[in-house]
Structure formats: C-alpha cells, structure tokens
Write a protein of this length. Structure first.
Length: 169
C-alpha cells in the first residue's frame, strides 16, 4: 500500500472492514485522502479534511493530493515508465503542476523515465510540441522544481542544458 483513499459513501460505515482498513493505513503511515461522496469523515479518518466530489470526476483531484508525498512520487514514476499510450501519458502529465518539491535525484528519475519511454516522448503534454492545447511540456516543471536547466536535443530527448560561463577580464 503506497496510499489510501477512503470513498465515504452513505454505506461506507455499513461494512465491517472499512474502519479496519482506515486503521491499517494509519498504522502504515501512508498518505490518506478521504473523499466525501455523501458521508463526512468520522473516527480516525475524521482528522483529515475530505475532498468533496462526485466519483467519476475525483480521480485526478485525488492524485494531485497524493503526489505531494514522496512515496506517491515513486509510484508515479513507476506508473509513467509503464505508459502504453500517448493519451495515458497526457493524463498522467496533468499531475505535474501539483508537484511542489523534488530532489535532484527525483528530477533525474523523471528525466530518465521520459527519455526511456517512447510513448512519453510522444505526449504533447510532456514534449511541449502543442503548447496552445497541452501546455509547454515537462521542461518548465523541471526548471521550476530544481536549479539545473534542461533542453530537448535534436532527437527529442531531454539533456542537461549547457551553462555559459562568462569571465570578467
């Protein structure tokens, strides 16, 4: 278990297992998100503010909350490495603006995942080739999250950008 999402429907408490599952997630210290789908949080999960929404539309909101936790970023990188279509890659790329902090190592993992996966390099939301529709791509996020600069090379791979050094005479 990398994270826990409690879908708080009217019948959530009717199950003999839901409260135990919440307790198990708390004991494992995994990120927890409660989603209010007719019932408010109570008991152990009551200390978490619930995300309000309707079930078919809450998936991206849940991921945007969970991605702020280090364990979930690791799961995110594993997921993007397994992308099998441009549409899925574009969907996963919608999470990028919600990432607030990354280490240099995590940025390197993200760059490696992009460079190793043909489907990711074909995603407009990542390669920045259609900014009017999909945004500027992965590079602005890398620059926002770290001090190093990156560029796309002529083959569409991400490389470290060269830094020009000017010496005073």
């Amino acid at each position: 278990m990398e994270g826990f999402v409690a879908l708080l429907t009217e019948k959530f408490h009717d199950s003999d297992w839901t409260d135990q599952e919440v307790g198990f997630a708390l004991a494992r210290r995994v990120p927890i998100v409660a989603v209010r789908l007719g019932k408010g949080p109570y008991g152990f999960i009551g200390k978490f503010q619930a995300l309000s929404g309707d079930f078919p539309k809450c998936d991206l909101d849940i991921v945007k909350l969970l991605i702020k936790h280090e364990r979930m970023f690791e799961a995110y990188v594993r997921a993007i490495r397994q992308v099998t279509s441009w549409d899925t890659g574009n969907l996963l790329a919608e999470v990028l603006p919600s990432i607030e902090n990354l280490t240099a190592k995590q940025i390197d993992e993200l760059v490696a995942a992009y460079n190793e996966t043909d489907e990711l390099r074909g995603c407009f939301r990542l390669n920045g080739k259609k900014p009017a529709y999909y945004g500027d791509g992965l590079l602005p996020h890398l620059h926002r999250l770290g001090k190093r600069k990156f560029i796309f090379d002529s083959s569409g791979y991400i490389q470290r950008g060269l830094t020009q050094v000017i010496f005073d005479e």
